[in-house]
Design a protein around this ligand. Structure first.
Ligand SMILES: [Zn+2]
Length: 322
């Protein structure tokens, strides 16, 4: 077993666009599960998880009723360990080459990455019969320490699918940050979601990603649990925290930041920390920012980069009723 540091280094030196395709010959009538990883170059855990899942499927020589395609995202950023080179790759998936049309071919590095990713997906889709049975996962991690959670685009089939995963589910972030990979695949007719496995460098993030890939394939009937049960890791220490926060949440508020240099988030917030209306959440240019809603804090910004100060999410009616 490779140690964690070496695994991280191998992502930098040994990641190709196609992380894996299993089985190597497409089964045209079976489901296709596309799994993206490393769309942000500073998030290696999904890449490591996919490599392990493919190695495990090959070792077990599993007969699979489906196709698993693993795609690496921002290859150049993965090499340097940066979030992106010129622009966030996870915001330009719906732009369809605007940077090229504006007369500046390949000016934005991420446009090259985006094109290669789309081409790889099209190539595999062309080997399938019809456009049914298309599924995806996009594997991410967070800068701050966080319990794992799922983010889904507002579409019933996505939410139904995501709630089978036993993780908290946040609905509707695409309205605030459109153009991510998840958004692109949803528009293309895929059913799936984004998995935030935990902190970028936490080994538990890799475990969460591996387990989510296996659970998704089992849910889709691509694998039998008994064939891979020994490959799924126990998540004992994480489960109580996940159970406590498990619900379906909806994004109701985004705090815009005008000047990140003067934005200071109050310390101590994590994803899903409960907050009350009127509570002090942050300061901007020395002035207090008070919560306009009761709910739960989501993606609090503790870095000196970005335009999103924090989000507020609420538990949905559907979830309260259950
Ligand atoms: Zn990410």
């Amino acid at each position: 077993m490779l140690d964690h540091k070496l695994e991280m280094d191998l992502v930098k030196s040994h990641t190709k666009r196609e992380i894996g395709l299993y089985p190597t010959q497409i089964k045209p009538d079976a489901p296709l599960l596309v799994v993206g990883a490393g769309i942000h170059g500073n998030e290696p855990s999904g890449v490591i998880a996919l490599k392990k899942v493919f190695a495990e499927l090959e070792r077990l020589d599993v007969a699979m009723n489906g196709n698993l395609l693993g795609i690496a995202g921002n290859l150049m950023a993965l090499r340097t360990g940066e979030r992106y080179i010129d622009r966030d790759l996870n915001r330009i998936f719906l732009e369809n080459g605007n940077s090229i049309e504006s007369g500046q071919p390949y000016f934005i590095h991420e446009e090259l990455e985006r094109r290669e990713i789309v081409q790889m997906i099209e190539k595999v889709e062309n080997q399938k019969n019809g456009s049914k049975n298309l599924y995806f996962l996009d594997l991410h991690s967070t800068s701050s320490d966080s319990i794992p959670y799922i983010s889904v685009n507002r579409k019933t089939s996505n939410t139904e699918f995501a709630t089978k995963m036993k993780l908290p589910v946040v609905v509707g972030i695409e309205e605030f940050i459109p153009g991510h990979f998840d958004h692109f695949l949803t528009e293309r007719g895929y059913v799936g979601f984004t998995v935030e496995g935990g902190q970028h460098l936490d080994p538990n993030s890799i475990t969460t990603h591996i387990n989510t890939i296996f659970h998704t394939m089992i849910t889709l009937g691509m694998l039998n649990l008994k064939d891979v049960s020994a490959s799924i890791f126990p998540m004992k220490e994480l489960i109580p925290a996940i159970q406590k926060q498990k619900a379906i949440y909806e994004v109701v508020f985004r705090q815009d930041i005008q000047d990140v240099a003067t934005f200071v988030m109050k310390s101590g917030f994590k994803n899903f920390t409960k907050i009350e209306k009127g509570e002090l959440l942050a300061h901007s240019d020395g002035k207090p920012i008070i919560s306009p809603f009761s709910g739960y804090i989501f993606m609090p910004l503790y870095q000196k980069a970005g335009k999103d100060g924090f989000y507020i999410v609420k538990k949905t009616e559907a979830d309260n009723a259950s």
